[in-house]
Design a protein around this ligand. Structure first.
Ligand code: ADP
Length: 404
């Protein structure tokens, strides 16, 4: 069975095509980038062959989806040139609200519910909905499965997910912490346990997803018990262009005193803040280089990024009453020895020590031999989990109904 995993963002679509029968071997992977801009392109790698780029104007997600399907078909990626041979599609869906604790086979009803949940975070969810709609049109005869970024955090208890607002705002309007990046947090927590050959149920794990978006999750007995993002992916850590935690009164001040419109505030908090707002750049590679050359704004941006991350790790170690494993993942978490070393510099009191040589080489095990807490580097692989979930749902549904 061949499963296509799709991760549809606002200006990009990442995809991987897996052969389930060959132990989830990746037949092809790629990204359609800068959708809507003149410089858009598709970059694809077919099984062990060099990456190649197709420069092509992709005015919208529909065009991007068509182009990636064509790229897959043309390259005979185990599909004999026929995209119709994809047996199922797994979609990353950012917000599943309280309704979706598990992946779901997409039908009209499920799609309507996904659209309802998207109301909480339209900026992040609209591209997902478009992705599902276009993809169902292009591949109408295969099952499509929604895999939710919020689902793994539906295990949070009320003490972790309720905000201290009047309770009716939760009861009536479902305003609460949902948490995101759940697909990858679950994936790396399970990978950590697998690599350590221990059941995840027996480990206290803190997973730090540090990419363009950043979040931290605490796992106990195999379940997410707290996570840093909230109703939307705006709460928590300092991110590429998102502010993370703020005094909510700042929003009122921006509107009432500075005179910004609601839409301008949304844009400010999501697209102009974070590292970008603090130092004018959102790519940690550039910021690190600037800081090394003495740029004061870049230095303070990194300090704030590191400090906020440390505070959350400390808070989650307290929530867990100890920690066995801290995992780094995401573009920064996987690739930046200097940021990891700075973050871990403050946890000697927990018995957590980084090995500078292993850290410099981006090894999987980053902790020194005498470290009580295992520090690990595990690459994000959301598409793998999406494909695994899609396969499970599709085979269950075949068993249950005799057909899909
Ligand atoms: P996305 O959320 O878009 O998938 P990624 O997980 O790819 O984001 O992370 C993007 C971030 O990772 C960017 O800030 C980028 O600068 C950073 N990054 C990638 N490689 C490195 C590196 N070698 N050193 C520092 N930061 C890096």
């Amino acid at each position: 069975m061949k499963i296509l995993a799709l991760n549809c963002g606002s200006s990009s679509i990442k995809y991987k095509l897996f052969d389930v029968d060959r132990n989830y071997q990746v037949l092809a992977k790629g990204i359609a980038e800068r959708i809507g801009q003149k410089s858009s392109s598709i970059c694809q790698t077919i099984e062990n062959k060099p990456e190649y780029r197709i420069e092509k104007y992709l005015p919208d997600h529909r065009a991007a989806m068509q182009a990636l399907h064509q790229a897959l078909a043309e390259n005979k990626s185990g599909l004999s040139g026929d995209i119709g041979k994809v047996d199922g599609v797994g979609h990353r869906i950012v917000h599943g609200g309280e309704r979706f604790r598990n992946p779901a086979l997409i039908n009209e009803e499920v799609l309507e519910q996904i659209k309802e949940s998207a109301m909480f975070a339209p900026l992040h969810c609209q591209p997902n909905v478009t992705g599902v709609e276009v993809s169902r049109e292009l591949l109408p005869d295969v099952p499509h499965v929604a895999v939710f970024d919020t689902a793994a955090h539906q295990t949070l208890e009320p003490k972790a997910f309720l905000y201290a607002l009047p309770i009716e705002y939760y009861e009536k309007y479902k305003i609460r912490k949902y948490g995101f990046h759940g697909i990858n947090h679950s994936y790396v927590a399970n990978e950590a346990a697998r690599i350590l050959t221990k059941p995840l149920n027996d480990l206290k794990v803190i997973t730090c997803h540090l990419g363009s978006g950043c979040s931290i999750t605490a796992f106990e007995q195999g379940r997410s018990i707290d996570t840093s993002m909230g109703l939307t992916p705006l709460e928590g850590l300092v991110m590429g262009s998102r502010c993370g935690d703020l005094d909510p009164s700042i929003v009122l001040y921006l509107i009432e005193v500075i005179g910004l419109q609601v839409e301008q505030v949304r844009d400010l908090l999501n697209r102009k803040s974070g590292l970008l707002g603090l130092c004018g750049h959102n790519d940690m590679r550039d910021i690190t280089e600037m800081a090394e050359k003495g740029d004061k704004r870049a230095q303070i941006a990194i300090e704030i990024f590191v400090y906020r991350t440390q505070k959350y790790i400390g808070a989650y170690a307290a929530a867990l009453n100890g920690v066995d494993v801290i995992v780094f993942t995401g573009g920064i978490g996987e690739n930046s020895p200097s940021i990891r070393a700075r973050i871990m510099g403050n946890f000697g009191y927990l018995g957590a020590y980084i090995d500078q040589a292993k850290n410099k080489n981006n090894e999987t095990m980053l902790s020194s031999d005498d470290s009580v807490v295992r520090l690990m580097n595990i690459p994000a692989n959301e598409e793998m989990l999406i494909a695994q979930h899609a396969y499970t749902i599709i085979t269950q549904s075949v068993k249950n109904k005799g057909k899909i």
